[in-house]
Design a protein. Structure first.
Length: 307
């Protein structure tokens, strides 16, 4: 799809939302405003704009770039064909878009591995990490989401913590020569992921300080942390030295900002004021269906983009 088609479609949808009768009512100034780059590197994902852009991956990237997005993330990148990975990477290079996270151990998240002393489970993690390096390099990714698996119900907590820290150090040995960074993601128990070992931001902070390597940091997902502990701004401040990456999603519902209880305008402004220039992954659904729902997502991010 050509850029002008994307813009026309955007204008059309915006027009429908504003209940105007024709495309001519959309001024040039409004069209320019819709395509201006966001000041924060908000990163959509495949599928988020498929009604506006179509199913093709490249068209979705082009559409998003036209809307002013300068980053992207794809949790499932490891499962894509090499051909698709190359197509995505070359399109993003042409569009000057930055690659955000992919999930490093996508098939191992639901296992007891990092906290265990089982040799085979630990070797499986290291092998998964080695396999991730090639994918990350192919798509120009720097950040790898890591979820350190399930709690061991029989092993005392402190042994589990020590096992986890030790295995993460071994992962760092694999990643650091390639300039890659694991971002450990605490995931909430009450709504989405009961039983996972890592769920609190102070726990993630403790682990990163103990691992003490530049390639082991925190992915602070505002949605998950709102559910687990709330108190977002003070917790972000406590963990600040270990956070190179954020994700967003409102609660309840895990949809775009403005659909729940989180004051994203203030949270984003706070991290921008602290000098954050990294990516904010839009790891959530769309609250409304179709093209109108996609326009609502874009509009929601315009409303919370820091000044
Ligand atoms: O699985 C989830 O809920 C995540 O946030 C993974 O990034």
């Amino acid at each position: 799809m050509q850029r002008r088609d994307f813009l026309a479609q955007t204008a059309l949808a915006a027009g429908a939302m504003a209940s105007v009768s024709s495309l001519s009512n959309i001024s040039k100034a409004e069209a320019a405003e819709t395509s201006k780059p966001f000041s924060m590197k908000f990163a959509p994902h495949f599928g988020m704009f498929k009604h506006s852009a179509g199913e093709d991956l490249v068209d979705q990237l082009k559409f998003s770039s036209d809307q002013g997005f300068t980053a992207w993330e794809d949790n499932g990148m490891k499962r894509r064909s090499v051909e698709d990975q190359k197509r995505i990477a070359s399109t993003m290079e042409q569009l000057n878009m930055e690659m955000g996270v992919l999930v490093a151990l996508i098939d191992l998240k639901n296992k007891i591995n990092f906290v265990s002393d089982d040799k085979a489970a630990r070797e499986e993690v290291l092998q998964g990490m080695r396999e991730t390096v090639d994918v990350a390099k192919r798509v120009n990714a720097k950040w790898l989401t890591v979820v350190p698996g399930y709690v061991h119900s029989r092993l005392p907590h402190d042994y589990q913590m020590a096992n986890c820290i030790e295995l993460l150090r071994q992962c760092c040995d694999i990643l650091e020569p390639h300039g890659l960074t694991m971002v450990l993601e605490p995931l909430n128990h009450p709504t989405n992921h009961p039983g996972l070992f890592l769920h609190e931001s102070p726990q993630a902070y403790l682990i990163c300080r103990a691992v003490n390597r530049p390639s082991c940091k925190i992915l602070f997902d505002i949605y998950h942390q709102q559910i687990t502990e709330g108190n977002l701004i003070p917790n972000i401040d406590h963990c600040w030295s270990e956070i190179p990456y954020f994700q967003a999603g409102d609660n309840p519902g895990r949809n775009e900002p403005g659909t729940g209880e989180i004051n994203f305008k203030n949270v984003f402004q706070h991290i921008a004021n602290k000098g954050y220039t990294g990516i904010v992954g839009m790891e959530h659904g769309n609250s409304q269906p179709g093209v109108e729902g996609e326009q609502a997502v874009i509009k929601a991010y315009r409303a919370v983009d820091p000044s």
